[in-house]
Design a binder for this molecule. Structure first.
Ligand SMILES: O=P(O)(O)OC[C@H]1O[C@H](O[C@H]2O[C@H](CO)[C@@H](O)[C@H](O)[C@H]2O)[C@H](O)[C@@H](O)[C@@H]1O
Length: 243
């Protein structure tokens, strides 16, 4: 574990644009989406980092924006939700609800209920979690693949022990591109921290735009840096914010 930490360069808030994923990066993965436990100082830490970076800090998550806002009360900085499709602090990438959203959500809710799986209702899509029934993974994937074929306004988004339907054409790296044009972010070195397959394009974006990505946890990644878990991420952020 220590070997990961010593490799990551210290955070220099004076020239960094900091992009932080939420689940698995700032908070440990929990059995269900609403069971995550927030570190007591998280809101304060984000406020301090936002100030230290001159506003060049954004939370970039697959979660619905309203959920993120609920979890991170006290932090009023930039947030991007629903895998890059909705945002606070910049022009929302997707202005209207995608056509067919409600019908797709209903199909997913009914499917999940009929198989004892967890349905997560999201503002721009939905997720089916199979953490309680890992054997159901391939079947859920096939179901959502079929749904995406009949609903071309959506794409399948794999997550940890879940498959999601998200608006087509939106992504975390797309969000980083938009954010990097905002005055506070302009010309700064991007650092993106994330743990999941949904974070890989954003990690790659940071690597190829003059900065670097930090992959959290095990697994293949394009990121040049790695930290073992959210506790190590918070430790690295606290050290940078105090500098
Ligand atoms: O982009 P993120 O902030 O990493 O969000 C990705 C998805 O995270 C959530 O699901 C994951 O975390 C849950 C809580 O730890 C866990 O129970 C689940 O198995 C994981 O897949 C969230 O529920 C999704 O909406 C996010 O898209």
């Amino acid at each position: 574990m220590m070997e990961y930490r010593t490799k990551v360069p210290p955070l220099d808030c004076s020239d960094t644009a900091l992009f932080l994923d939420f689940d698995g990066t700032l908070v440990d993965i929990a059995p269900t989406p609403d069971a995550v436990v927030l570190p007591a100082d998280l809101g304060l830490l984000l406020c301090r980092l936002e100030e230290a970076t001159g506003g060049a800090l954004a939370i970039v998550s697959g979660r619905s924006l309203n959920e993120l806002e609920g979890f991170l009360r006290g932090f009023d900085g930039v947030m991007v939700g629903s895998h890059g499709s909705e945002a606070r602090g910049m022009t929302p990438p997707l202005e209207a609800l995608p056509e067919g959203l409600e019908a797709a959500q209903t199909e997913m809710r009914d499917y999940a209920a009929s198989r004892g799986l967890l349905y997560e209702h999201k503002s721009m899509g939905a997720a089916i979690h199979f953490r309680n029934r890992p054997d159901a993974g391939p079947e859920v994937r096939a179901f959502i693949d079929r749904l995406a074929i009949t609903n071309p306004r959506f794409e399948v988004q794999p997550a940890k022990m879940a498959y999601e339907l998200r608006p087509a054409g939106f992504s975390k790296d797309g969000a980083l591109q938009l954010l990097s044009d905002l005055p506070a972010f302009l010309g700064r070195r991007p650092v993106y921290i994330g743990d999941d397959t949904t974070d890989e394009p954003a990690l790659d974006w940071a690597e190829t735009h003059g900065g670097f990505g930090i992959k959290v946890g095990e697994g293949a990644s394009c990121a040049s840096q790695r930290l073992p878990d959210p506790a190590a991420v918070l430790e690295w952020l606290r050290a940078g914010g105090a500098r």
